[in-house]
Design a protein around this ligand. Structure first.
Ligand code: FES
Length: 154
C-alpha cells in the first residue's frame, strides 16, 4: 500500500509517496538523500540511525515513516545549518575530546547526546553512560564520548 506523506525535516517541508512499510531511516537516506543518518543493524540494536522526532530520540530504523504525518524530524544534517563553518557545540565537543575513530556511529552518538542533554540526563558520567547505552561504538570510544557529552552540556 502506498500513500502520500508530508513532514518537516531540519526545518524544511518534505513530501513523498511511500510504501506503508518504509522506515524513517530508508525515507531519509533513499528518498531525501540525507545519508548522515547511518544504517548499522537495521533492527534497533546499534543506535547508528538515531534522530529526533518532535524533539524525542528514536531509532529511525524502527520507526515507520507512515506514522510521521506532520512530524518534525531533526537529523545530523540539521545541527549546524548555517552557511559558515560553525559547528554545533556537540560536534565541536566530539572533535575536542577525540570521541570517535572510524566515525560511523558518530551521527547517531551525537543525536543521542542531544537528546541526553535536552532531557537533562547529564547529572553524572554514569547517568550519561546509561542514557547512551543504546549507541554502540565498535571502536570503543565510550569514555571519550561521555567526556564530549559533559563538555557540550557545560
Ligand atoms: Fe537502527 Fe541499528 S540501524 S538501531
Amino acid at each position: 500500500l502506498r500513500g502520500r506523506l508530508s513532514l518537516t525535516v531540519n526545518g524544511e517541508r518534505h513530501a513523498a509517496m511511500i510504501d506503508n512499510r518504509t522506515s524513517l531511516l530508508d525515507l531519509l537516506r533513499e528518498q531525501f538523500g540525507l545519508t548522515g543518518t547511518k544504517k548499522g543493524c537495521d533492527a534497533g540494536a546499534c543506535g547508528a540511525c538515531t534522530v529526533l522526532v518532535d524533539g524525542r530520540r528514536v531509532n529511525a530504523c524502527l520507526t515507520l515513516a507512515v506514522r510521521l504525518e506532520g512530524a518534525e524530524v531533526t537529523t545530523i544534517e540539521g545541527l549546524a545549518p548555517g552557511e559558515d563553518d560553525d559547528l554545533h557545540p556537540l560536534q565541536q565537543a566530539f572533535i575536542d575530546q577525540d570521541a570517535f575513530q572510524c566515525g560511523y556511529c558518530t551521527p547517531g552518538q551525537i543525536m543521542s547526546s542531544l537528546g541526553c542533554i535536552r532531557e537533562g540526563h547529564t547529572g553524572s558520567p554514569e547517568e550519561i553512560r546509561e542514557w547512551m547505552s543504546g549507541n554502540i561504538c565498535r571502536c570503543g570510544c565510550y569514555t571519550k564520548i561521555v567526556k564530549a557529552v559533559e563538555q557540550a552540556a557545560g
